[in-house]
Structures are given as C-alpha cells and as structure tokens.
Design a protein around this ligand. Structure first.
Ligand code: NAD
Ligand code: WQD
Length: 349
C-alpha cells in the first residue's frame, strides 16, 4: 500500500482528501500544527476512513520534526496543503505569510531531498492568474499576483519548476527525479456527503459559501454582496465553484499520476482544478436558498478591493493528464454545505 505524507491534513481540503485517499486504498500520515484547524476534524476523518490516521503535531518549519517523521515512515509521495490562506490578512501582515508559506515549503523540500522522496502534489491557486485577461483560464495564461498570499503561491511554483530543472541538469535517474503537480484550485466549497466534516473558518468568514451558510444557520444576520456593477450577466462576481470532494478526488488522481513510472521525469506541471463553469453571487445565493429552505437576507455594498469580475478554469489539462473531471453540481455543493453547517452550527467546537 502506498504511503502519503499529508501536510496541513487537518484543514478544510486536507480532511476531505484524507477520506478520498483512504477510499482509494492509500495510507496517510498527517503533519499539522493546528494553527488553523482542530484535532476533532482528524478524529472524524479516522471514523469516516475506518482506520486511525497517524498525526504529527508540528510546525513544518521545524526541520527536526520533519526529520523524525521521514525517519519513522517511508513515503511514496507528499501532498503539501499546509500554509496560511487569508488574502486580506496577508496584505496586513505580509511577513507572516512569507515566513510561514515559503520557509515551511523549503524545509519540506529539503527533507524530501534528504530522504529521496521526490513526488509532490502542491496546493497552488487560481489566484496566480491575477486579473484574468481572457477566460476561461488556461495554464499558459500570464501569471501575476495581487496579494502577498498570491505571491507566496507564485514563488513556490517557481521554486518547484527550479527543482525539476535541477533534477534534469543532474540527469537524475527517472525513479529519483522530481515529479511535481502544482494544482491550481479555483473556488473549493461544499463538504463531505456525510455532514461529518466541512469548512470551519475561525472568526467571521471571508469567503462566500461559509458566509452564506452561517447566515442561513442564524450565526450572522445578513450577507453583504460585494458589488453589483461588474461587467457580468447580473452584475455580481462570477467564480468557478468546485465541490471539495471533487477536489479531493483530483488529489488522488494527481498522486496516481506521480506514481506512474511509465512517465518521463523530471516534471513540474501546473494543472487547473475547476469545473469550467462560472457562477455569479446571485446564482449562488438562489441555489443555497433552495438547498437550505432558508431565505438569505442580502445587502449590496461596494466592490471588495482586490476582487476580479470573473474567473473560471479551462479544466481540460486535468482531464487529459490526470483523467479527472469535476462531477458534482452547484445543487450538491449547496446541499452538502448545508448538511455540514446545520448539523454542526458551531463547526468542530
Ligand atoms: P486550511 O487553513 O483549512 O488548512 C491548512 C492547514 O495547514 C491547517 O490545518 C493549518 O493548521 C495547517 N498549517 C498552516 N501552517 C502550518 C505550518 N507552518 N506547519 C504545519 N501546519 C500548518 O486551508 P485549506 O482551505 O484546506 O487550504 C489548503 C491549501 O490549499 C492551502 O495551501 C491554501 O492556500 C490552498 N488553497 C485553498 C483554497 C481555498 O479556497 N480553500 C483555494 C486555493 C488554494
Ligand atoms: C467569491 C465571490 C466576492 C463574500 C478567495 C481567494 C482565492 C482563493 C479562494 C485561496 C466574489 C463575493 C464573497 C461575501 C460576496 N483562495 N462575496 N460576499 O475571492 O474568489 O477567492 O478564495 O487561494 O485566492 O481570493 O472567493 O468566496 O471570497 O468570493 O459578495 O461575503 O463572492 O466578491 O465575487 P474569491 P470568495
């Protein structure tokens, strides 16, 4: 059975991916410092997966902790979720983001080199496309970032491409060469169909779906719609919302891609994970109302600084390279978010 190290496995996308990995027959080990998650999330994952998932509570910047983990286990691949992700906070406290996201990635890559594990799935983001010049977004589109958070993703992608280049220069044999998939996620939403795990942000949510669901459950009074004068069909922002279980299955497909020894290596591929469809804020509100049976009070305000009008993927590279396409629709995203939120009104607390 292949063994996967999952950094940041206690977080939103990590927990769902652990369930998908277990279903696909992979063994996982988690490293997380619980800076943005709770141990309860992993207890529920173990129950869903039907087996205990070993957890190392550590900051990835701690080289000694990484060394211990890599000496105790032999990993076939690493999925690297750990990082800070709040765009607005990264503008206010940029050094926290550069320190956490960049230093932890360098330490992890060093440990992987040291222990001869050179297969990596990295959590990149559609934020690396900045303000898109044309849609849908293909992987070759120009890259730019509008926040320190986005710049950490761009810098890490460059770091990964450099590793693959260095591997080629050294003429590493195929089994020892870097194989990297940097997955550019669009907007992950939803929850596991069981309602046992889901997104549990600290404080007031920044993102649309957790905000919507907290209004529906009565934790927040109303939703603020940021801008209704965008050049989109109904004037509100358009995004490519993607069910988190589809995203989780995308990671399983990427791990299989990295383990495919028939592929020439080294490589460092950037791959979009999205549905390819754009949904507006108004469409998302309507779909959420119909899934939850609750009406969502709304107030329209100014545009949120840094937001783009529209952003959606061309997901054809993922279909071609990973054999992956998103299967779940907007109704399922809303129903599963609601099942999680209504059964766990205070999240994991
Ligand atoms: P999350 O905050 O729920 O999970 C991240 C996990 O990493 C948390 O459990 C946190 O405790 C842990 N962590 C953070 N810094 C750490 C460190 N130094 N050492 C050890 N553990 C650490 O976030 P998520 O939504 O699951 O996102 C996972 C990854 O995907 C992140 O890298 C994020 O930037 C990226 N991403 C997320 C989205 C999104 O909308 N959720 C979109 C695109 C990309
Ligand atoms: C979606 C739409 C808002 C909240 C962010 C990050 C991005 C990525 C995913 C990590 C927009 C509107 C939102 C609200 C609203 N994360 N909105 N009222 O901004 O596309 O992407 O998360 O990589 O980097 O920037 O997602 O969910 O915040 O917003 O009207 O209370 O909903 O204006 O049009 P976004 P979002």
């Amino acid at each position: 059975m292949s063994k996967i190290l999952v950094t940041g496995g206690a977080g939103y996308i990590g927990t769902h991916t652990l369930v998908a990995l277990a279903e696909a027959g992979f063994e996982s080990v988690v490293i997380d410092d619980f800076s943005n998650s709770k141990p309860e999330a992993l207890r529920r994952v173990s129950a869903l997966a039907g087996r205990e998932i070993p957890v190392m509570r550590a900051d990835l910047r701690d080289a000694e902790a990484l060394r211990r983990t890599f000496s105790e286990h032999t990993f076939d691949a690493v999925i690297h979720f750990a990082g800070l992700k709040a765009v607005g906070e990264s503008v206010r406290i940029p050094l926290r983001y550069y320190d956490n996201n960049l230093v932890s990635t360098v330490r992890l890559l060093e440990a992987m080199e040291e222990h001869g594990c050179r297969r990596l799935v990295f959590s990149s983001s559609a934020t690396v496309y900045g303000d898109p010049a044309s849609l849908p977004l293909r992987e070759e589109a120009p890259l730019s970032a509008t926040s320190p958070y986005g710049r950490t993703k761009l810098m890490i992608e460059e770091m990964l491409r450099d590793l693959a280049r260095a591997s080629a220069l050294k003429n590493d044999p195929p089994e020892g060469a870097w194989r990297i998939d940097a997955l550019r996620y669009f907007n992950p939403v939803g929850a596991h169909e069981s309602g046992q795990i889901g997104e549990d942000p600290n404080g007031v949510p920044n993102n649309l779906f957790p905000y919507l669901s907290q209004v529906a459950v009565g934790r927040l009074p109303e939703l603020t719609v940021y801008g209704s004068d965008y050049p989109t069909p109904d004037g509100t922002g358009v995004r490519d919302y993607l069910h988190v279980m589809d995203l989780a299955e995308g990671h399983v497909a990427a791990v299989r891609h990295l383990l495919d020894e028939s592929l020439p290596a080294p490589f460092a591929e950037a791959i979009n994970l999205g549905t390819g469809s754009g949904i507006s804020v108004v469409q998302a509100i309507r779909a959420f109302e119909s899934a939850s049976g609750k009406s969502i009070p709304v107030r329209v305000s100014e545009r949120r600084p840094g937001d783009v009008a529209a952003c959606y993927a061309d997901p054809s590279k993922a279909a071609r390279m990973l054999g992956w396409t998103a299967r779940r629709n907007l109704a399922a995203m809303c129903e599963d978010t609601w099942r999680w939120q209504s059964r766990n009104p205070s999240g994991y607390a």
